[in-house]
Unconditional design. Structure first.
Length: 216
């Protein structure tokens, strides 16, 4: 081995020639491309997570459904049937305002002497006040009124027995002027096992009518 006379190394040996490191730019470009691709992929994953989270059944769905549940409760409460009018309450139909004051049942007959009338089953008497709240005279007739039993069957008033046996019935073709009121009695001949439920009151044969509960 020959020594380099110009640059002798330690112990008399010649130093090796300096090594040149060549960095290829091509390899650095590939690394940069990989980094960019990875960043884009991560961004797509994050974006997909956000979008899927917005459509999931998470908090957003819970908040939106809360008003519906509340409104359902309100509908249930508001949808309850209003308390039906009963004895002592004032109800209206057409030109008349009605007030049931008393109910009698279990009568086998009404009247005395030649005016007595005997029930086929039993008589039920519905005492009421009728007031004309309209602007014209209106005829009140017991034949327009209906008694209802527990099976929702309708019973007609017995006008003949009322006219003969009840001197204060005032329920047969009684014309009432505006602002005036009369006390009357509706008489019904019903079976002995009759289950009293309600009375349907009308200002005429053609009106819709209003129902008053007599049960209890």
């Amino acid at each position: 081995m020959h020594n380099n006379p110009q640059n002798p190394g330690p112990h008399g040996y010649a130093q090796p020639y300096p090594q040149t490191v060549i960095v290829q730019k091509k390899g650095g470009g590939c690394l940069k491309a990989v980094l960019i691709g990875t960043a884009v992929l991560i961004g797509l994953i994050v974006l997909g997570t956000i979008i899927s989270g917005g459509h999931s059944g998470g908090t957003a769905t819970t908040v939106a459904s809360a008003p519906d549940e509340k409104s359902t409760d309100e509908k249930t409460k508001s949808g309850d049937e209003p308390k039906r009018a009963g004895v002592g309450d004032i109800v209206k139909d057409g030109k008349f305002a009605f007030k049931i004051t008393k109910v009698q049942k279990g009568l086998s007959q009404v009247g005395e002497g030649f005016t007595v009338s005997k029930a086929q089953g039993q008589y039920v008497l519905v005492h009421l006040t009728v007031k004309n709240i309209g602007d014209e005279a209106q005829m009140f007739s017991d034949s327009a009124q209906k008694l209802i039993d527990g099976k929702d069957r309708q019973f007609e008033a017995d006008s003949g027995a009322a006219a003969l046996g009840l001197k204060d019935s005032n329920a047969f073709l009684n014309t009432i002027n505006p602002g005036n009121a009369v006390n009357g009695i509706l008489l019904f001949d019903v079976p002995k096992n009759f289950q009293l439920k309600a009375v349907e009151l009308h200002d005429s044969m053609f009106s819709d009518g209003v129902t008053v509960s007599l049960a209890g």
